[in-house]
Design a binder for this molecule. Structure first.
Ligand code: ARG
Length: 575
């Protein structure tokens, strides 16, 4: 364990127990970064009242128990403990971190099975920008959990079933399979849907055919199922183009769409009814989880079977919870879905707990994704008011990145490779760097900027360290130190890097990739200061200084590379 804040927390807790009795061993020592030292502990202030002693006295008593501490502890002001770690301690911890292939990142034992429901576009419509964010955030959570040794089961809960498929299949027959497939593969799902819809609304015989088709689809008629597959396969090929371009880890094996649960819905409902968790209300089968009321104070139903016998979104999600707990044996289920579905998930989780399908040992969490806004602060749309095709958006990011690096004199192949990484890195980092539940303004100019907390800046910072090694004619792996941190800028960078392992654990536990972005941004900033103040490969730098600085460069590089990889942000070799 290397994280200074965590080490200090434990040391001060031991001191608390020694000074005031074992019952204080769990007290939070309130360790915070400080202006006057590396850290300060504020616990004496809060403890003093309870102990009926002055805060200063309490602080002195804690300090007295901190002998043998690797650094200095001073009592200041009314009773703050100012803590400065010794350079030797930071150096030796940084050295250990450099020698550790995992960079101080632990593994969770026993490993958990974490089901992550993310991306989940709807086949009957176009994949839109909202799905971009759930895809990117979910993918980072998957990478983080795997890195900590958890077993991750990705579940792409595609909207691939339901009544619209009657008219979609009829429309597919009308225009011919080949034309339909071409259109869907090109990402024109919205246009396809709209054409079907227009006929459905204006043409009685089409409407009738569509209704019949829903029934034959529900009954599993082989011809109809084949057509459904033709439609879905073409649609999924388009989704895969988007996933490929983004470099997300989802594959076809992760598809577990609504259609997969269709055969389970009848039993889902029967079991809910038999156990008494669901009751018939106004003809519909409903669960009334406690604590949910509508505006009129009446209990709010989660409708699992409509009064016409049909199933809906909630029916599927009830079947899915049971499957994920029972069949996938999950310890934790993350639903990375738009914040506007918060009520739905709270009710589904409560209903599943009522039914005994979601035991207390399994946590189900809605990782709420805030809405994407345009620069005007409204829901992100094109000028004519339509939602924006995802592929076009991604292509625009790459085009803009291409223009931004046009002057740098790369050959075409290299340029295209860098532009793809920069464009995708910009879009992904922008999605990840703000907390997932806050609304987020989509702004190409800002996300593609080469300064500030952006993807391109982080990529540039990483590529720059690589180029230091290239210039030195050195394989980074050979920079094994030892690490020494005599200069303030070296020390500040070294101390910061020690927090990496603990941060990764916290970010994974709390599902907060934006904190990883903040950590990496701080890393890059501290590195910049270090690099300005401490020449590494310049002439006149002696062997020893050069070696210790290169080792610090390598540690920084590995933290940046690992961190960006866990975010799913690619790093081009050069920029
Ligand atoms: N397809 C849904 C949508 O686009 C998201 C599905 C999320 N997952 C779930 N289990 N409900 O809104």
């Amino acid at each position: 364990m290397t994280d200074p804040q965590k080490v200090l927390t434990e040391r001060v807790q031991q001191a608390l127990a020694a000074a005031f009795g074992a019952e204080h061993a769990d007290a939070d020592p309130l360790i915070r970064p400080s202006q006057f030292a590396d850290f300060q502990a504020n616990v004496a202030m809060s403890l003093a009242k309870r102990l009926r002693r002055s805060p200063r006295e309490v602080a002195e008593a804690i300090r007295a128990e901190l002998s043998g501490f690797p650094g200095t502890v001073e009592v200041s002001g009314p009773g703050f403990l100012n803590i400065t770690l010794s350079d030797e301690w930071i150096e030796s911890e940084a050295g250990r971190m450099l020698a550790d292939p995992r960079l101080g990142v632990g593994t969770i034992t026993p490993a958990q099975t974490v089901v992550i429901d993310y991306s989940a576009p709807n086949a009957a419509k176009e994949m839109h920008v909202g799905h971009l964010r759930t895809t990117i955030v979910g993918d980072s959570l998957a990478r983080l959990n795997e890195h900590l040794g958890n077993k991750v089961v990705r579940q792409n809960h595609l909207g691939d079933w339901g009544t619209p498929f009657g008219m979609l299949i009829e429309h597919l027959l009308d225009i011919g399979e080949e034309a339909a497939v071409a259109q869907l593969e090109a990402g024109q799902g919205t246009e396809f849907y709209q054409a079907a819809r227009a006929k459905f609304d204006g043409d009685e015989s089409f409407k009738l055919r569509s209704r019949v088709r829903v029934t034959t689809l529900q009954s599993g008629d082989p011809d109809t199922m084949r057509l459904w597959h033709v439609f879905m396969d073409a649609t999924v090929r388009y989704f895969n183009k988007v996933y490929d371009m983004l470099g997300v880890t989802l594959t076809d094996a992760d598809i577990a769409g609504e259609s997969m649960y269709n055969p389970m819905l009848e039993k889902t409902c029967d079991d809910l009814q038999e156990s008494g968790a669901a009751v018939i209300s106004e003809g519909a089968l409903c669960v009334f989880p406690p604590g949910f009321t509508g505006s009129d104070d009446r209990p709010l139903p989660l409708i699992v079977r409509k009064s016409d016998g049909g199933y809906g979104y909630a029916s599927t999600d009830m079947a899915a919870v049971r499957y994920r707990v029972h069949d996938l044996k999950s310890d934790r289920i993350l639903y990375v879905v738009g914040a506007d579905q918060a009520l739905h998930f709270r009710m589904v989780f409560a209903a599943a707990r009522m039914a005994g399908w979601l035991p207390d040992t399994v946590s189900a969490e809605h990782v709420q994704i805030g809405m994407m806004l345009g620069k005007d602060g409204r829901r992100f749309k094109t000028r004519s008011g339509e939602s924006i095709k995802l592929m076009d958006l991604l292509q625009e990011a790459v085009d803009r990145a291409t223009a931004a690096i046009a002057e740098r004199g790369y050959d075409e192949a290299t340029r295209d490779e860098i532009a793809l990484a920069v464009g995708m890195g910009a879009v992904k980092y922008a999605d990840l760097s703000v907390s997932h539940d806050s609304e987020y303004v989509f702004d190409f100019d800002r996300m593609l900027g080469f300064t500030g907390n952006t993807g391109p800046y982080m990529q540039y910072a990483t590529a720059r360290i690589r180029s230091i090694f290239r210039k030195a004619g050195l394989d980074p792996a050979d920079a094994q130190g030892p690490i020494r941190l005599p200069e303030a800028a070296e020390r500040a960078l070294g101390l910061h890097l020690l927090g990496f392992g603990e941060l990764i654990s916290q970010v994974t536990e709390a599902c907060e990739p934006h904190r990883l972005c903040a950590f990496l941004f701080e890393t890059a900033s501290l590195f910049s200061t270090f690099y300005e103040q401490c020449p590494v490969v310049k002439e006149g730098v002696d062997e020893e200084t050069r070696a210790r600085r290169l080792a610090l460069c390598l540690l920084t590089l590995r933290v940046l590379e690992t961190g960006l990889d866990l975010l799913g942000v690619p790093v081009p070799e050069r920029m």
